[in-house]
Design a protein around this ligand. Structure first.
Ligand SMILES: Cc1cc2nc3c(=O)[nH]c(=O)nc-3n(C[C@H](O)[C@H](O)[C@H](O)COP(=O)(O)OP(=O)(O)OC[C@H]3O[C@@H](n4cnc5c(N)ncnc54)[C@H](O)[C@@H]3O)c2cc1C
Length: 943
């Protein structure tokens, strides 16, 4: 016998399926063990309608016919379609999906759902249409259970009731009799219709537009630039929006009891409308009208409980001019939405609407949400915010449902679903934190609408915003690390860099990164480390790379044995290293002693070019341990990873202040102001923020400057010999030292010549122009090799003042929600070649701490407290090591320049000192640092 169905479900445009994907985490490689099959059998026995199929009867040119449920051909077991995706390389693991918060585009119905289209895509009349279909998806580390219910017969509340019944049956629970009765209610007369003689009270003209397409249009083809995306709002945000919207509205004489759902809907409508007014490619006027339609569940009006599974939805629509929507107080807008729902939810209004539907033989002419829908201005909302995930826990090892997703299908421009956020927004599984994960809004918008909304100030208020000052190396890498936080959906964590220059730039000189710095980069975002690999320049030959740093006496000219003297007047008088046999000193791998000697490109003792005299002290760095890169090239590569709009140029920060709201306001030299929650000052050695925080601290001139220049490698090879030109060397000597290494894929040799300077640095900037003759004079008494290197430099040079914070260290790196990072916190002289590396370690520590804080905020921990704890933890963990670097860098510089009283010019002892200090820089336990940051963060949060 055919079952007649709800009149509200008789619209042909509902000839589709409503879906829900339930997500369950499993221990990795566990196969789900519950007996779903028996639970489904029991479900279908208790509720025979769910075992049926939907047919359309009585359709004719003038009638759309009726949707009925009839028996389905007996289903073969298993009823459920099981799909094991574990060996499919196309399907990510559960945890990969979870970490990304199950993005809409990674949950396509084609993979995870039974083969029925997702509403609003219709299925053809020729399809067999079971009332309920189920697909169980087994993934590495998780399980996705997808229910698909025919939408004329089951509405969104109905599908969650089915999920709850099924869950309880898998847990071995019995279903209360009242629920069974309600689920099996005869659906025909639930809404008592008006007599034929009674006129309709409401005007339904707009439900019958002059034109309704016979075949529903393909929306995905019509709106190719629309996409779905989830926006997460934490409980903090939801509470604040509700508090704002729940104040009595001045336009209502009697207080209107709005719901959190009204408040959120009003908020979304208002912010989206503002975005549309400002950003629409086809300009909109304030007088243009927007229609909002909201799906209303009418169960309560009809004294039905949530156990009723039929189709009990109609929409309430409200039209307002765009200008009014954007200018009304949120409370007034929410009250208007509530008024509209309240009016249509009365029993009289429901009977009237149902009678209207019943009296229309051809319901395909009825516009579901009253009138046409304009994607450019309208919004259609539906809420499942009441769904309790605890009711969806499966039996056996499956446990709690972490959240629900809608499978990816076609677009529904202006569509919006509001639902509880999944557990993936909170990492700790206790009950309280689960309650605090907030809500998610799934919206289908045009690309510019998504962007505009993300830029909207009020929308952003509920999104923590981090302001990074300075797009030097550290600011840039830190931003990329933060953007790569798994939870850092740009809708919930906004990162902005404010840079005073017109472009991101690094001066064209070399920089080297240690293995440790590269590991930190990988942990923040593996693509950053790939950028280093991409631009880093090998030491030595490609087929035989050299993993050593070389330290030599650049000053003395060896005349045999231990004898030495200056080269002045002794040009060519030195003894080639071969002549004092056994003088090589090798650190690290023994094969480095004789590397390249059989190489036809020439080895260490090749005859071409100027020679190095004295011992060569080799310090093993590990494979590709300390390769030079061209700073500009590295930054160019890294900037390719930076999403558009993150860096704002020509924005010089002049100061900041805490606002009464608790937020921080940055002030710019152009008079502009922005608000944010956290300030990360990566503004370099002259940090304005450091001066603001600790006015008494100031970087000092170290009375040393460096001449820096780049030399074409071909010239360097012709003068110095290939072997030496292609390898990094440090030439030590009295009160000066010279460093050179290959950069730019061995096309250039970077030369840095440091000299002591008894005077003060009188130039306004850190650099000043210099002439080659100055360097030549400074090194005129040095050995022939160093003089040959100097001779390669171009006539016009730069000299760089070496400043550091050795004499006036800051007491800590964070105050409140403002932190100093990189050189702003601990500017060191460059003698360890690790100043930037130290900043990269800082960046990883911050990313770790902020990630933890973010997770806590999403679980309801007060935002400012969590962020302050994150910065405190960062400061505690990073302070000692980075301050040590500032001291050690100065000290090792004295060793290079024979200024350490206990070491003097003794190169053996100098090398031992260099080695010990370098190892402390290089062999740093990054994993232990990350663990310590997490530990300190917890401690700072709770103390
Ligand atoms: C000669 C030399 C060689 C070196 N070699 C190495 C090496 O081999 N390996 C290594 O690890 N390190 C090396 N270093 C150290 C390294 O260069 C620095 O530690 C690193 O560049 C610091 O980066 P940062 O982002 O903290 O600061 P910076 O690179 O100085 O960037 C600061 C940024 O902030 C911007 N800014 C400043 N004030 C404001 C404001 N008020 N508003 C907005 N923007 C602002 C600036 O325009 C700039 O873009 C070397 C340093 C020198 C001098």
């Amino acid at each position: 016998m055919a079952h007649s169905q709800d009149i509200l479900g008789q619209l042909p445009l509902l000839q589709s399926y409503t879906h829900a994907i339930l997500c369950f985490q499993l221990a990795s490689n566990t196969t789900p063990t519950i007996d779903l099959e028996s639970a489904v059998q029991r479900l279908l026995t208790l509720f025979p309608i769910l075992a049926g199929q939907v047919i359309k009867t009585g359709a004719s040119p003038t009638s759309s016919g009726a949707y009925q449920v009839v028996p389905y051909p007996v289903r073969k077991s298993p009823i459920i379609r099981y799909v094991d995706h574990r060996s499919d390389p196309q399907i990510p693991s559960y945890n990969t999906l979870r970490t990304a918060h199950f993005p809409f585009n990674q949950m396509p119905s084609t993979h995870f759902s039974p083969p029925h289209p997702v509403f609003p895509i219709p299925y053809p009349d020729t399809d067999l249409a079971p009332v309920l279909d189920i697909q169980a998806n087994i993934l590495n580390g998780g399980f996705l259970l997808t229910l698909a219910a025919q939408h004329n017969i089951i509405d969104a509340s109905g599908i969650f009731q089915i999920a709850s019944l099924l869950a309880r049956l898998t847990r071995g629970e019995s279903i209360p009799k009242a629920e069974v009765t309600e689920g099996n209610l005869d659906r025909q007369d639930l809404i008592p219709l008006l007599d034929d003689s009674q006129p309709l009270r409401y005007d339904y003209c707009e439900y019958l537009p002059s034109f309704m397409p016979k075949i529903p249009p393909n929306l995905t083809e019509l709106f190719p630039t629309f996409q779905w995306a989830y926006f997460h709002l934490s409980r903090r945000a939801v509470e604040a929006i509700y508090a704002e919207a729940a104040v009595p509205s001045s336009s209502h004489s009697t207080p209107v009891q709005i719901t959190p759902n009204d408040a959120l809907t009003a908020f979304i409508w208002q912010r989206l409308t503002l975005t549309r007014l400002h950003h629409s490619p086809s300009p909109l006027a304030a007088t243009d009208v927007s229609k909002i339609s909201r799906a209303m569940d009418l169960r309560r009006t009809l004294h039905l409980s949530p156990a009723y599974m039929g189709h009990m939805i109609r929409t309430a629509t409200l039209r307002l001019p765009l200008g009014e929507i954007t200018s009304l107080p949120l409370a007034t807008l929410a009250a208007k939405l509530r008024d509209q729902v309240a009016e249509l939810r009365t029993l009289d209004a429901v009977r009237d609407y149902a009678t209207f539907l019943a009296r229309q033989p051809d319901k395909s002419k009825i516009a579901y949400s009253g009138g046409g829908f304009q994607p450019a201005t309208d919004l259609s909302c539906s809420s499942i915010a009441h769904v309790d995930y605890d009711r969806l826990s499966l039996g056996g090892a499956m446990g709690r449902c972490e959240g629900v997703r809608r499978p990816g299908g076609g677009v529904l421009p202006g569509g919006c679903y509001i639902g509880p956020a999944g557990d993936w927004y909170g990492s700790v599984g206790d009950e309280e934190s689960r309650q605090e994960t907030g809500i998610e809004v799934l919206m289908c918008l045009d690309g510019w609408e998504m962007e505009g909304l993300r830029e909207d100030e009020r929308w952003r208020e509920w999104v923590d915003e981090i302001a990074i000052i300075g797009s030097g190396l550290i600011g840039t890498l830190l931003a990329l690390g933060l953007l790569n936080i798994p939870n850092s959906n740009p809708t919930t964590l906004r990162i902005k860099i404010y840079e005073q220059s017109a472009i991101t730039h690094e001066l064209g000189a070399g920089i080297g990164f240690t293995t440790c710095a590269r590991k930190c980069m990988t942990l923040m975002d593996p693509r950053i480390a790939e950028c280093v690999a991409h631009v880093a320049t090998l030491n030595g030959e490609e087929e035989d790379p050299d993993y050593c740093m070389r330290f030599v006496d650049g000053f003395r000219t060896y005349t045999g044995g231990d004898c030495w003297g200056t080269s002045k007047g002794g040009e060519g008088g030195g003894v080639d290293v071969r002549g004092i046999g056994g003088e090589h000193y090798s650190e690290g791998r023994s094969e480095d002693n004789n590397n390249n000697n059989n190489n036809n490109r020439g080895g260490e003792n090749e005859d071409r070019g100027v020679h190095i005299f004295g011992k060569v002290y080799k310090l093993y760095t590990g494979p590709r341990g300390f390769e030079g890169c061209h700073r500009g090239q590295f930054l160019d590569e890294v900037m390719k990873l930076m999403p558009e709009g993150v860096v704002e140029y020509n924005k010089r920060v002049e100061g900041y202040e805490y606002l009464p709201s608790g937020r921080i306001q940055l002030g710019f030299s152009d008079g502009g102001r922005v608000e944010c929650d956290l300030v990360l000052a990566c503004d370099g050695i002259k940090s304005l923020i450091r001066t603001h925080l600790y006015p008494e601290t100031k970087p000092q001139y170290t009375h040393q400057f460096a001449f820096r220049g780049l030399v074409p490698m071909s010239t360097a090879i012709s003068k110095l010999g290939r072997y030496r030109a292609l390898r990094q060397h440090m030439h030590c000597g009295p009160r000066a030292h010279v460093l050179h290494f290959p950069v730019a894929k061995q096309q250039l040799m970077n030369v840095v010549a440091f000299v002591q300077d008894p005077s003060d640095w009188m130039h306004s900037g850190m650099t000043a122009p210099a002439k080659k003759s100055e360097v030549v004079d400074a090194f005129e008494e040095w050995g022939p090799f160093v003089r040959a290197v100097i001779d390669l430099l171009p006539e016009e040079l730069d000299k760089w003042a070496v400043f550091d914070t050795y004499d006036s260290p800051v007491p800590k790196y964070a105050e409140g929600r403002v932190a100093l990072v990189g050189d702003a916190a601990h500017a060191s002289s460059p003698h360890h070649g690790a100043g930037a590396g130290m900043g990269v370690e800082d960046a990883l520590a911050l990313v770790t701490a902020i990630r933890r804080a973010r997770e806590d905020v999403d679980r309801g921990v007060e935002v400012n407290g969590a962020l302050e704890a994150a910065l405190k933890a960062y400061s505690r963990v990073r302070y000692e090591r980075s301050q040590w670097l500032v001291r050690s860098s100065r000290e090792v510089g004295w060793t290079y320049e024979w200024m350490d009283e206990s070491i003097g010019a003794d190169m053996d002892r100098a090398f031992a000192d260099i080695k010990e200090r370098s190892h402390r820089v290089w062999y740093f336990n990054v994993d232990a640092m990350v663990a310590e940051v997490e530990r300190q963060y917890r401690w700072c949060l709770w103390n």
